[in-house]
Design a binder for this molecule. Structure first.
Ligand code: H2U
Ligand code: ZN
Length: 348
């Protein structure tokens, strides 16, 4: 038997953060593919849009009016997925029909007053304001006794279901640990118990040694395509120090994070010469008051595009029914992102 070649042979890779396997089929990346697709014409947006419900001074769908804000602005979601005062009672009259009332706080964060910007186009000093707001909101929402986990995220682009191009993100928080967090708690705890260091600290050290999947790094942050990436251009943004949460970060680490977000999102836009869609979000230690020495702060970026501005990776039959699958190996995706310019294509 010849040795396994990860660039040629179908194989599976293990995701140690979730304890799940994914299927990689590198030989299929060579399969025929018709034609080059032209990037869509650049979307020109005004700095202020009178019909946008997130622009400063405008009326939201729920009837509230935004202040004439000049920096990052947060408001309570007018259509929250969770409410603060739901009865917490459990319906457990049959083990196969369980339900539990849940409570939470949901907010919307406008990254900038400018309707026409995205994180990729914002000044690094303004991205730093977003980082500070994420940290403040984690403390504020997580400070409520009934909140166990604060999930910060951004849906970007129509393809990811984003409802308004005005740059914004969201926060949903719950009393309980959501599914992905529960998986990462178990995996990071078991690793820390066995090795005495965080799983991501050991992983980062090994990625720094191998230099195959790192897209961008600065003094405090590393952006890489994880060995076990599922989406074609998925990345993980990890703090070099095992900080547990955004509020833990000192000023230098926050500036470096803003720099990391800038460089990663510019490269994403430069990949297919478009405002690159993705869902991203932070995984930080829960806020239920327990101790999480094993938690290592990181963000996941999940972009849906595969080959061009319009051709996306479908997570369909096999992925839904069996296990996620990808074609281009993580190393090739990382090399493509790494080799892109640091200068946004619209400014080049
Ligand atoms: P997206 O990030 O997926 O675009 O969602 C925007 C959120 O903004 C969505 O949760 C909220 C919606 O409930 N929203 C308001 O709170 N007020 C509004 O006037 C419109 C949208
Ligand atoms: Zn707007």
């Amino acid at each position: 038997m010849p040795n396994l070649n990860l660039n040629e042979h179908p194989h599976r890779r293990f995701n140690p953060l979730t304890n799940e396997w994914i299927l990689v089929s590198p030989h299929r990346a060579k399969r025929p593919w018709r034609g080059q697709v032209e990037p869509p014409p650049p979307e020109v947006r005004p700095a202020y849009d009178p019909t946008c419900y997130l622009c400063p001074g405008n009326k939201r769908v729920g009837g509230q009016v935004n202040p004439v804000y000049t920096t990052t602005y947060v408001f309570d979601n007018d259509f929250p997925a969770l409410l603060r005062d739901t009865p917490a009672t459990e319906l457990a009259d049959h083990p196969l029909f369980r339900a539990q009332g849940d409570r939470g706080i949901c907010r919307v964060i406008c990254f900038s007053p400018r309707h026409d910007l995205t994180l990729a186009l914002m000044e690094t000093a303004d991205i730093r304001r977003v980082v500070d707001t994420w940290a403040e909101q984690t403390l504020d929402i997580g400070g409520h006794d009934f909140i166990g986990y604060v999930q910060i995220f951004e849906n970007k682009g129509e393809m990811m279901g984003c409802s308004d191009p005005h740059p914004h993100g969201q926060i949903w928080s719950t009393t309980w640990m959501p599914r992905e967090i529960a998986k990462e708690i178990a995996a990071q705890r078991d690793y820390f118990d066995a090795h005495g260091v965080t799983l991501l600290a050991d992983y980062l050290a090994e990625e720094q040694r191998r230099q195959e999947r790192i897209v961008y790094a600065n003094e405090h942050w590393t952006a890489l395509v994880p060995f076990w990436a599922t989406w074609p251009f998925e990345t993980l943004l990890v703090s070099n120090r095992p900080a547990r949460s955004l509020p833990d970060l000192d000023s230098g680490e926050r500036d470096a994070l803003a720099d990391g977000i800038h460089h990663l999102t510019v490269r994403y836009d430069n990949l297919f010469l478009m405002s690159f869609p993705y869902s991203m979000g932070w995984h930080q230690q829960p806020t239920d008051g327990a101790d999480y020495p094993y938690w290592h702060l990181h963000a996941h970026y999940y972009p849906p595009l595969l080959r061009s501005a319009t051709i996306k990776k479908f997570m369909v039959g096999y992925e839904l029914l069996a296990t996620p699958q990808r074609d281009i190996p993580a190393e090739q995706a990382a090399a493509r992102l790494r080799d892109l310019s640091d200068l946004h294509y619209s400014r080049a």
